[in-house]
Design a protein around this ligand. Sequence first.
Ligand SMILES: [Mn+2]
Length: 317
Amino acid sequence: MTALLRSPILDLHEARPVHIIGVPFGAGAGLAGCEFAPATFRAHGLAGRIAATGRPVARDTDVTFTNELALLSASAPARNVGAVATALRATHKATLEALQAGEFPLVLGGDHSISMGSVSAASRYARAHGKRVAIIWLDAHADFNTPETSPSGNLHGMSLAQLTGERSLSNLAGAQVFTPIRAQDVTIIGLRSVDDGEERALEEAGIHFYAPDQVRARGMSAVIEETLRRHDPATTHLHVSLDLDVMDPAHVPGVGTPVENGLTPAEILEAASMLAASGMMASADLVELNPTRDRDGRTVDIAITLAAALLGIAASA
Ligand SMILES: [Mn+2]
């Protein structure tokens, strides 16, 4: 048995209060709808579900930003770049303030472009405290396009590239937002949709990734253990970014960019629970819920169970 499996379960009453940060923003995606996700999580009782377990919920608020329509642009290479920059700045600020207040930021997208704000805030906070951010990106997609390689121009497909060095958005977003993150500190799990330009860039950058077939062959627990072993618990601020499309659309229809052959909710639940038990996770995102695509609320229900698991709350709680 490894040290990871012997890690004590979080004492929920003693754990840092959760700050739920809703980001009602969908202009980084190709399809409208993610902007309704925070309200949907709220309507389905996310905060109450967490608080009922004894883990304190400090706040449940949405970030506010002016969705400046004048900055929306329909065409490639970077659609709606001004609006995305505005949203990610607001997300960055809210996430940083939560961390500085001793809270655990649980950032609810919104589409995956908003993670440029949350992850960069985690990185900035970690650096100020002598730590370094490691990212686990649970996603069907690499989100490693640039405006030059992206077939769609959708910025939710460029966020990881921006965070690890591409940074063509930095002038718009404010340079301090993009605190550098080392590509070798990033692991993508569930990856199965990679654009032509992304594949080479991923390998050149040295990002670790696991396709669903690799996860199934080895077991999720082995993949998570291997990933965590790459990081020193004493100096790592682990940020988990969970894109719901990491799962198969048969289970999770309420996403904007579904990809077949995904992982199961049980596999992602196992990953989330192990990551919570690692003691290294200090912030997380849950993104790409598109309520307009959901059927009978099944996606939001699974998403709420996963959010709880990321906070160390067992599925039966
Ligand atoms: Mn994504």
